[in-house]
Design a protein around this ligand. Structure first.
Ligand code: ME8
Length: 501
């Protein structure tokens, strides 16, 4: 059975979950759900990044220990993901013993292989990024991302010989264009490597909140070099070599462009340094902006997922963020835009189709859903849209996949509009049209279930099917003609009531 291992970044526990974190997590969830439909053995990982100076300082400011800070905020992420119906198979916390073991094992290997050495470092450090910058990276002397002042830090610490990996990284980018997608993001990574890679400092003596360096316990690893390893920890690195060997070659990491350098340059180099041959696939998206700006605590423009779930429901929320932005470029979130899309795609298109079908079947077919025609004009529409949707999911383009899926819905509404079954006499002709529409609902419900698992379960039941669309297997389940007919159709309240602007 093919395997699919997908990860989100592990989020810092100094900040509450907002729609930006939820964006990546939702994409991971939808991809995991899609792969489960394909019958792939799927493992979906998310979690929290709990070490480092930033967490230590936030804890100090809150008058609690770093672990208390981590416990509290990590729990908030878990709650947010529960609210959004996120189906992660594991939730990793970097403070867990399994992770410490993996970090120490991997970096000890890199050390033993001669890629880690001791030296002195002086650099310009942004606490919010947990990263050093070159003078030339700064904007008006400040961090280019957070726009906050940087600090000069001097330390005796261990260095990772990143400079040794430039050629191997470039060779990887070239040999396998699929390694980092979209293309523009791979070019960006190649640009970073071509500019010249300097060795990077990977340990600290100035803080204690981290994973101890195994060969020199006065040091802890700098948070990024601990954090990246979480992806390996969760599939058994350092503890279960067999499991690691099975899952690691199937890894896909999702992330936004803010952490491209760490994931697309440093992490593959660390893996090579530790003698791990398979490198992950990287899928890098842009920022979700609010009012044209990146969300931040200081700018007070963060939106919590729960605020929007209250107004649009979980599935309305999920659909919007998966459909609205294409994966790659930045996208601007607006509440008004969310209402427009909800009303058009969910209330008017999908909701209306379901409502029409259940009303007409109740009136003209005695409430029993007829079977579709095998030569229905909609069969070809479904087949073409399925191919497009499957290709889009495979290319990490949920928005394109959903657009293809909604094409089926629009065409079916047009088909009903043309045939006007509500004006027909009960009989074979009316049955045929309604059978076709029910078959469309069956397929659409399966195809939309990675985006809207809850609502699709409801539609599935309303059209008389038992079980859940998530138990279906693609591509077989998308083949025209699966709706058996003879099932009781449940009329119900509109699934997506219209929202007022
Ligand atoms: O960077 N738009 O954690 P973090 C889109 N702990 N995605 C966004 C976003 C936005 N406005 N805001 C956040 C860290 N994200 C490290 C990661 S991984 C080994 C360590 C998402 O809490 C996006 O995936 O700052 C981004 O890369 C991530 O959250 C950053 O989360």
């Amino acid at each position: 059975m093919p395997r699919y291992y997908v990860t989100t970044p592990i989020y810092y526990v100094n900040d509450a979950p907002h729609i930006g974190h939820a964006y990546t997590t939702l994409i991971g969830d939808a991809l995991a759900r899609w792969h489960r439909l394909l019958g792939d053995d799927t493992f979906f990982l998310t979690g929290t990044d709990e070490h480092g100076l930033k967490i230590q300082r936030t804890a100090d400011a809150n008058g609690i220990t770093p672990l208390e800070q981590a416990d509290r905020t990590s729990e908030r992420f878990r709650e947010a993901w529960k609210l959004l119906d996120i189906s992660n198979d594991d939730f990793i916390r970097t403070t867990e013993p399994r992770h410490h073991l993996a970090v120490q094992t991997l970096l000890q290997k890199a050390y033993d292989n001669g890629y880690v050495y001791r030296g002195t470092y002086e650099g310009l450090y942004c606490v919010a990024c947990e990263g050093y910058y070159n003078e030339s990276d700064l904007v008006d002397g400040r961090c280019p991302i957070h726009k906050t002042p940087v600090e000069t830090l001097v330390e005796e610490n261990y260095f990772f010989r990143l400079s040794a990996f430039a050629d191997r990284l470039l060779a990887w980018f070239e040999a396998d264009p699929d390694c980092i997608q979209p293309d523009g993001k791979r070019n960006e990574a190649a640009g970073i490597v071509r500019q010249g890679l300097e060795d990077v400092s990977i340990s600290r003596t100035s803080i204690s909140w981290g994973v101890p360096v195994p060969w020199d316990p006065g040091h802890v690893f700098y948070v990024w070099y601990d954090a990246l390893i979480n992806y390996a920890t969760a599939v058994g690195y350092g503890s279960d070599p067999e499991r690691f060997a099975e899952w690691w070659p199937e890894t896909t990491h999702l992330l936004a462009k803010d952490i491209l350098r760490f994931h697309c340059v440093y992490w593959p180099a660390m893996l090579m340094a530790a003698g791990i041959e398979n490198l992950p696939k990287l899928r890098v998206h842009g920022f979700l902006l609010v009012g044209g700006e990146k969300m931040s605590k200081t700018r007070l423009n963060q939106i919590a997922p729960s605020d929007l779930v209250e107004d649009f429901g979980v599935d309305g929320y999920r659909y919007h963020f998966l459909r609205d932005n294409s994966f790659g470029p930045d996208g601007d979130f607006s509440y008004e835009g969310m209402i427009v899309r909800y009303n058009s795609d969910l209330a008017n298109n999908l909701g209306n189709l379901l409502q029409r079908v259940s009303t007409v079947v109740a009136k003209k077919c005695a409430g029993i859903g007829p079977a579709p025609r095998m030569d229905s004009p909609l069969a070809g529409v479904v087949a073409a849209a399925y191919n497009d949707a499957a290709a889009a999911w495979a290319n990490t383009q949920p928005s394109v996949a959903l657009e293809a899926t909604w094409r089926i819905i629009r065409e079916t509404n047009d088909y009903l509009q043309t045939n006007e079954p509500w004006k027909m006499e009960p009989g074979p002709e009316c049955d045929a049209v309604m059978g076709d529409a029910l078959e469309v609902l069956r397929v659409v419900t399966i195809l939309a279930s990675p985006a809207m698992p809850g609502a699709c379960d409801v539609i599935w039941r309303r059209i008389g099917l038992s079980g859940s669309p998530r138990d279906e297997r693609l591509p077989a389940a998308a083949a025209w003609g699966g709706y058996p007919g003879g099932l009781v159709i449940e009329a119900g309240d509109p699934l997506f009531p219209r929202r007022k602007a």
